[in-house]
Design a protein around this ligand. Structure first.
Ligand code: NAP
Ligand code: ZN
Length: 354
């Protein structure tokens, strides 16, 4: 066992505080990783605050992890000490079921093991995420960070990026697709960049008029204010694919209305009840209302390689880990441009208690 310092929540309404934990000794197929950066996802705040009623305390969040390999078990073949690697939302799955064999580990029929707030498949111990300086992960669940991607800005690809990439690939977003991204936050800003890189014509639908210039600088062709009913009506039937990243319960009907024939609205943000959906809006234009959950390992590697090739980089605000509670508060006040990323070197200034 190796001791380490991590920022954790001890209860739903308390702050994140530094504490000492222990990581398991390496199993034969494990990789040990020194974490250089970890992104701050809105899901981290949902988990810490127990919004989904499944939190386990103490909870060490963080599933946008990048760093370097520091040690490998004897059966590891793909990585060596010093390699640039990443870990996303999953650290294990059964590897036997149909979804696992099709590279959709996030849908493992036995339930995948999340990077934090999960149970290790061997020992049953709680899994602890990336708000700390190192992590031990089964080789299969470790990804390679291409040299062309700066580690500092790559981490948000591991959750925000793959969450928007999966439905865009599944729904065939490409050259000429008319795409709208609802909510310009961590997920949304990558939705814009990736859809543009895939050749789509992209509109940002936002509640924040002040984000219009940013939306354009991220590559969006148009910006729609969701509170501007006239503009929303004028945009009716205009989109093939809408990605909805709103993080709370909301009304999808105003967005469904914007879909053209056989268009799809994919909800990725609200892991929550939605307001009642109007059947007439679904029936007209044969619209689809769908959802999507992160993505599998092969797709995540594909995304990392695509971003390296097309120079798609998240827009990050680097923070000291001691400012994590302020970052959470700002994220919930919709004040993020566009992903907080913890610089893990700042952990050296922190004194933790057991
Ligand atoms: P974020 O950075 O906080 O961005 C969310 C954006 O949604 C905000 O920037 C804001 O954009 C808009 N928004 C916020 N509150 C709103 C409201 N009440 N009504 C309308 N729009 C609102 O969050 P994120 O990290 O992108 O995560 C978004 C959600 O996705 C979270 O709930 C997270 O748990 C979930 N998530 C799901 C998956 C999955 O697998 N499906 C994976 C990761 C995260 P504007 O200012 O432009 O309106
Ligand atoms: Zn996330």
């Amino acid at each position: 066992m190796t001791p380490f310092t991590a920022y954790c929540a001890c209860e739903a309404h308390g702050p994140l505080v530094p504490k000492l934990f222990e990581r398991r000794a390496l199993r034969p197929d494990d990789v040990s990783i020194a974490i250089a950066y970890c992104g701050v996802c809105h899901s981290d705040a949902h988990q810490v605050h127990n919004d989904w009623n499944n939190a386990v305390y103490p909870c060490v969040p963080g599933h946008e992890i990048v760093g370097h390999v520091t040690a490998v078990g004897p059966e590891v073949t793909r990585y060596k000490v010093g390699d640039r690697v990443a870990v996303g939302c999953l650290v294990d799955s059964c590897q036997q079921c149909e979804p696992c064999s099709q590279g959709q580990e996030q849908h493992c029929q036995q339930g995948p093991t999340p990077t934090y707030n999960g149970r290790d498949r061997v020992t049953g111990e709680t899994t602890y995420g990336g708000y700390c300086d190192h992590i031990v992960v089964r080789e299969k669940f470790v990804l390679r960070v291409p040299d062309a991607l700066e580690l500092e800005s790559a981490s948000p690809l591991l959750c925000a990026g793959i969450t928007v990439w999966t439905p865009m690939r599944e729904h065939g977003v490409g050259r000429g697709s008319k795409v709208a991204v609802v909510g310009l936050g961590g997920l949304g800003h990558l939705g814009v960049k990736l859809a543009v890189a895939l050749g789509a014509e992209v509109t940002v639908i936002t509640t924040s008029a002040a984000k219009a210039d940013d939306a354009r600088s991220l590559g969006a062709h148009r910006v729609l204010l969701s509170t501007d009913q006239k503009a929303m009506m004028a945009a009716a039937n205009g989109f093939d694919f809408i990605l909805d990243t709103i993080p709370t319960r909301h009304n999808v009907n105003p967005y469904l209305m914007l879909l053209g024939r056989r268009g799809a609205l994919v909800v990725v943000g609200a892991i929550d009840l939605l307001e009642p959906v109007h059947g007439g809006l679904l029936i007209r234009n044969n619209r689809t209302l769908a959802g999507s959950l992160i993505g599998g390992l092969a797709a995540t590697q594909e995304l990392l390689d695509f971003c390296a090739e097309h120079e798609v980089l998240p827009r990050c605000e680097l923070i000291d880990i001691r400012d994590i509670n302020t970052a959470f508060a700002r994220m919930q006040a919709n004040d993020v441009k566009y992903r907080f990323v913890i610089d893990m070197a700042t952990l050296q200034h922190v004194q933790a208690t057991p």
